[in-house]
Design a protein around this ligand. Structure first.
Ligand code: PHE
Ligand code: ZN
Length: 882
């Protein structure tokens, strides 16, 4: 066991910094292995801090090369320095300037935090606490400084030099082969938003004029030669900027906006002020190399990072407990943007699928935490589905509760009152309370209570009185450290649907005119009058609250919703519920329950709906045909899960649906033959999605046909979407065709790491016992590297998250493999290691044999010496009993 217990940081321990740093002048002398950083900071005592306190600066693996205070070298007895910090023992009680020189080795920086090199490009990552890996600093989000950055480098190595803010003086340093550029950012910001980039980069750019008429140059920088693949990102950026003006009246505030794509990046992207740095998978796209979902992701991530300019940068977080203030809100904003650019219903279904697969799973296991956690040992482990996705759901509920007008007014007030500050969740809610006159203190429980509420519904129809009654109860199961739960404020958007399709007016005193009932306590009863026929209730329309719903409806009622509900989300949801019920039944019974009849009815109902929907909204039709994932089924079962049984049930159901709908699916494929050039727009993508779901189902019903058809599609495909869909289908049909197709794909895309990631991912997801050996083999493939997070996620992450039967192998080999990788990456890249390790978080829900295997691997990790705080925190929480 490790000896140094990491310190627990608590929300209640917050106190203001003893010092402020008004300005920081940085001189960064880039060198591959010895980069010098000269930081001159104007400090002053914080009136809100403790008078006479020492100046305590954070550091992380730093080497101090010099220190001066107000121009005088600081004597050795006046300070204490280590790689992890620098303390000036008795700093002046007035403003003073501290000049600190540090040296770092960007080439040796495999953690990808602080200053590092990716494919020869110098770049930085400072959130959450990477700035302290560049220089000693008050590295906390509530200390805001105005930065001026001078960057110097060999002109041949780094012709492009970028910093935060606006460009200033730049030029060659004669006779040295070096050059410099000065950047000044007038907006005070915390160190986590600092960035520099230096390298040989190609760019695409265009002028943008803001709503008030200010000219801005927007640019995307990529590896030279890849410029055409940056056009879509640039276009998405322009649309994002326009959208934020139109919807939130937010205008961009600098003269330039730069996006840089790098190949080695721990996360998706980073919103550094005026200089966003991206994982290149969220920038680069061409029809030949990117799928429709890649295009959609690029659009969403570009928007997300851009929107942070207001929600995150102009208004930042007081401390890391407030992370959801910027992340949940910004996810909400990017979801709204994408919904406006695409089909809102289709996008909403996608959001909910992610939420259920990732956040509900997290909330049901040992890593469950509130959207605003109240303690952490390692902040890097809190960039979670809960903070991001559930955080976004809270904002969405707030909007539903308050209505459009008050929500918009509250946002405006938040922007105006908190601009330039480091704010809290309370500040955010106060803005909405102020404009609406509402007391939001009950609603605020959403931020502090973890766990997914379960809402149980009972209905009763009294034909004699023409009265219909819906009883709702809510309950949230206990989560680690939180045994007691209170009721949450739930906006329940609902309506009544006639089983035959006619509309039923909802005559109910407790329903707002917009069809929302606000449930504030643990139970609610809604009485509807003048109901002339037995209705079917359509509840939580549009997924109006992130809850699990237990409905007392039979399949016929659910299928009536599928066919007749006016709410597209609930139409999809109804089909999912019918499917889920029978999948769970199949996966948990010894002999296989008689689900065939029910499956047949579902398939026939889908067939009827498809007639209209495959024309009207192909993307929606594709979603209707997609069964709940194995992860969702396992979660629904909840305990003693046998992943093999889940997989068998899932396969069988798909086979039946494919068989019953064979003629319709074939017709769909014929009607959606690609015509003409590829376009990534939502309508074209929807047709491809439908066409490819059809292929998948047909192949499930008839693998021999599927193999031929997929092979044919692979040969004919003019874009990566169709190609990859075909390869995925083939990957699940063992045989020569598959192996030839895989080999051919690798040859065709040999020089394309992002495409090979898809290839790694497809193979790692094959649900066959041979997969683990295949993965072992692929770790020595020339294109694979353990130092690149995208490669690791593609190969190892796909096993852990997209291949339940092989990760959860009964013999424990999948667990052992993941544990080996986690231990190997623990030292070189703890963030990536910790994230992979979270795949174990469902370990208590699997059957006893697997559970024991998983536990022994977790314990093996826990016993290891020198665990990083990241890995140590996840393993400790995963094993903890509470
Ligand atoms: N702030 C980034 C985002 O969500 C995520 C991130 C966190 C990136 C930490 C890097 C490191 O937009
Ligand atoms: Zn973000």
């Amino acid at each position: 066991m490790r000896t140094d217990t990491p310190t627990v940081i608590g929300l209640d321990d917050y106190r203001p910094s003893d010092h402020l740093a008004d300005t920081i002048h940085l001189d960064i002398l880039l060198h591959p292995t010895a980069t010098r950083i000269v930081a001159e900071t104007a400090f002053r005592p914080n009136p809100a801090g403790r008078p006479g306190a020492p100046l305590v600066l954070d550091g992380d693996e730093l080497r101090l090369c010099g220190i001066e205070l107000d121009g005088q070298p600081l004597p050795a007895e006046a300070f204490e320095a280590s790689p992890q910090g620098l303390t000036v023992l008795a700093p002046p009680q007035r403003p003073f300037r501290l000049r600190v020189v540090t040296e770092v080795d960007p080439t040796a920086n495999t953690k990808l935090m602080g200053l590092y090199r990716s494919g020869g490009i110098y770049c930085t990552q400072c959130e959450a606490d990477g700035f302290r890996r560049i220089t000693y600093a008050l590295d906390r989000p509530d200390v805001l400084s105005v930065y001026t950055t001078r960057i110097e480098a060999d002109e041949s190595e780094a012709p492009t030099l970028l910093g935060n803010g606006n460009p200033g003086e730049a030029g060659a340093i004669p006779g040295t082969g070096r050059h410099f550029a000065i950047w000044h950012d007038p907006f005070p910001k915390p160190g986590y938003l600092f960035a520099v980039v230096g390298g040989r980069l190609g760019k695409v750019s265009k002028p943008f004029t803001t709503m008030s008429g200010r000219p801005v140059e927007i640019a995307v920088h990529v590896e030279p030669g890849k410029e055409p693949r940056a056009e879509y990102a640039l276009d998405a950026l322009e649309r994002s900027m326009r959208w934020d003006e139109e919807v939130f009246a937010r205008e961009y505030d600098l003269d330039v906006f730069n996006v840089v794509a790098v190949s080695d990046f721990n996360m998706g992207a980073m919103e550094n002020k005026g200089l966003n740095i991206f994982n290149d998978k969220y920038v680069l796209a061409s029809p030949e190399t990117a799928t429709d979902s890649d295009y959609a992701n690029i659009e969403a991530v570009i928007a997300h990072e851009y929107f942070h300019n207001w929600t995150g940068n102009r208004i930042t977080c007081r401390d890391w407990f407030q992370l959801c203030l910027k992340e949940g809100l910004t996810v909400f904003r990017d979801q709204e943007f994408s919904s406006d650019q695409r089909s809102r219903a289709v996008h909403r279904i996608g959001e909910v699928r992610t939420l259920r697969a990732r956040q509900f799973t997290e909330d049901a296991g040992p890593l469950a935490h509130p959207v605003r956690p109240n303690q952490f040992r390692e902040i890097n482990n809190f960039y979670t589905a809960t903070v991001y996705e559930k955080g976004a759901e809270i904002v969405r509920m707030l909007k539903t509760l308050l209505g459009e007008a008050d929500f918009a007014a509250g946002m405006t007030r938040f922007f105006e009152t908190c601009d330039g500050t480091a704010a809290t969740v309370e500040d955010f809610l106060d803005a909405f309370a102020a404009v609406s006159g509402r007391d939001l203190s009950d609603f605020a429980r959403w931020y502090v209570q973890s766990g997914t509420p379960v809402v149980t519904v009972r209905t009763e129809y009294d034909p004699a009185q023409a009265r219909y009654r819906i009883d709702l109860t809510q309950e949230t199961p206990p989560t680690p450290g939180q045994a007691e739960k209170g009721p949450l404020v739930l906006p329940v958007a609902l309506g009544l649907v006639s089983p035959t399709g006619a509309a039923i007016a909802a005559d109910c005193a407790d329903l707002r005119p917009d069809g929302v009932h606000v449930m504030a306590g643990s139970r609610a009863s809604l009485i509807f009058e003048n109901v002339r026929e037995r209705p079917v209730p359509s509840l939580f329309r549009g997924f109006s609250a992130p809850v699990k719903l237990r409905l007392d409806l039979g399949d016929d009622d659910l299928l009536a919703l599928l066919e007749h509900d006016s709410d597209p989300f609930n139409r999809w949801q109804a089909a999912q519920m019918v499917a889920m019920r029978l999948l769970v039944g199949q996966a948990t019974s010894e002999s296989g329950t008689p689900v065939e009849a029910s499956l047949l009815r579902l398939a026939l109902a889908l067939g009827r709906v498809l007639v209209v929907e495959s024309e009207r909204d192909p993307a929606f039709a594709a979603l209707l045909l997609s069964l709940p994932s194995e992860t969702e089924i396992a979660q629904e079962i909840g305990s003693d899960v046998d992943p093999d049984a889940v997989h068998r049930a899932w396969l069988a159901a798909r086979g039946t649906i494919g068989t019953v709908l064979a003629a319709d699916l074939a017709a769909i494929r014929a009607a959606t033959e690609p015509d003409g050039a590829y376009s990534p727009d939502a309508a074209s993508a929807g047709r491809r999605a439908l066409r490819n779901v059809a292929l998948d189902l047909l192949a499930s019903a008839d693998p021999a046909f599927g193999e031929r058809e997929a092979d044919r599609q692979l040969a004919a495909a003019g874009n990566m979407t169709d190609r990859l869909a075909a390869l995925a289908v083939l990957s699940r049909i063992p045989g020569d065709t598959r192996e030839r197709a895989l080999a051919r794909f690798a040859e065709d895309f040999a020089g394309e790491p992002l495409v090979l990631d898809k290839w790694f991912g497809i193979q790692a997801a094959i649900p066959e016992p041979g997969t683990l050996d295949r993965i072992h083999g692929l770790t020595s493939h020339p294109a694979f590297s353990f130092t690149n997070p995208n490669r690791v996620r593609a190969l190892v992450g796909s096993l852990a998250l997209a291949n339940p039967t092989q990760f959860h192998r009964a013999d424990g080999a999948g667990y052992a493999f993941l544990a080996d990788i986690v231990l190997m990456l623990n030292g070189s890249n703890p963030q990536v290691a910790a994230r992979l390790l979270t795949a174990f978080s469902t370990w208590r829900t699997v059957e006893p044999g697997r559970r024991a295997n998983a536990e022994s691997q977790l314990k093996r990790i826990a016993r290891e010496q020198n665990l990083s705080p990241d890995v140590s925190d996840i393993v400790a929480r995963s094993l903890s009993e509470a």
